[in-house]
Design a protein around this ligand. Sequence first.
Ligand code: NAP
Ligand code: FE
Length: 368
Amino acid sequence: MLSRFSFLLPTKVLFGSGCVKDRQTDWILGKKAIIVTGRQSAKASGALDDVTASLEMDYVLFDEVENNPSLETVARGGQLAREEGCDFIVAIGGGSPLDAAKAIAVLAVNDVEPLSLYDRGWDKPALPITAIPTTAGTGSEVTQYAVLTVERDQTKRSISGPDLFPKVALLDPAYTESLSPTVTIDTAVDALSHLIEGFLAVRANQLSSGLAVQGMRIWGRCIPALRSRVFDSTVRSELLLASTLGGMTIAQTGTTLVHALGYPLTYFHDVPHGRANGMLFTAYLRYINQVAPQKVGEILRNLGLTSLNEFQQLMDDVFGEHVRELEIDEADLAAWAQKAASTKNVANSIGNPGPHILKGIFRDSLLR
Ligand code: NAP
Ligand code: FE
């Protein structure tokens, strides 16, 4: 008998070239928009021009979102949305602007300090969001999570709620063409980690695993391009689709220990999110191989790989020498492992890993 599960995916997904300009009636969700972006990518990708050309209404632009957005930034965006009387959000960018936009959507209607979103939640549902990704990595356009940097806790933490699912996701692969090869690879590995972690999560179910398997197969077809760092339009489309499938997967399952262990690398050493996951990946899969070897076999088959050594080689090939650039010692690893051990992501990891296992994954990944 199949086990019980639930599945929620309320986002309308429109995929394909020209979807922003062709589908205005689907994604214009109110009378006055606040457009939330990073400093350059929305312009560089062409997405901002397409949005403003389609929006035949008054709007305000908040283009100050930094990588790994802070609570101060989302507070400013929320205040601007309130002052300007905006009634919907258009988020354009990588995961950083998309996640910031979700918090701004909450703060636009709840005049509270952002920290209280973690401590007490919020009362009024967030403004509706249209999300337009310009990276193929986070899948944030189809998730209910917003990951922000919380200085008080010296880490990155997510808020989540059903009202944070964007109402519409517009996926035009052309917007990812302006990405550098390095950001393309970092973000592609984030997508892979959502697919694999979602597949391996304690909370995985029959539907989420179907999405993850499909995403892994598509991602596997992109491996030659990731190795050669040359991305044609077919690969750009496939990476974007794989990334959205990864988002759909973790919207059901959550992420696991890789995300929990990756956050200190980003917070303390500024390692991009996807690369942080990639550094930890092989040691994580070697650990999983001890508790659920058949699942690791399925993952490798879906990717078109034959062994964990081949997986390690792939990570080494795409990331080069980055691992050795970090100055990290045993004491850091022990503290980070201890802190990660109490997270939801670790509780969502099969095999019930404790601080000792987590420290071992850090050590094998970072001190080799
Ligand atoms: P990002 O931090 O949004 O962007 C990284 C860099 O890429 C920025 O410099 C950005 O420029 C640039 N960029 C983005 N799109 C571009 C384009 N088309 N052309 C040229 N440059 C472009 O990177 P990300 O990996 O997509 O997002 C990472 C964040 O998402 C992290 O905070 C992570 O924790 C979070 N995340 C969220 C979820 C979720 O479910 N919500 C899941 C995983 C990760 P600009 O600064 O100019 O924009
Ligand atoms: Fe991620």
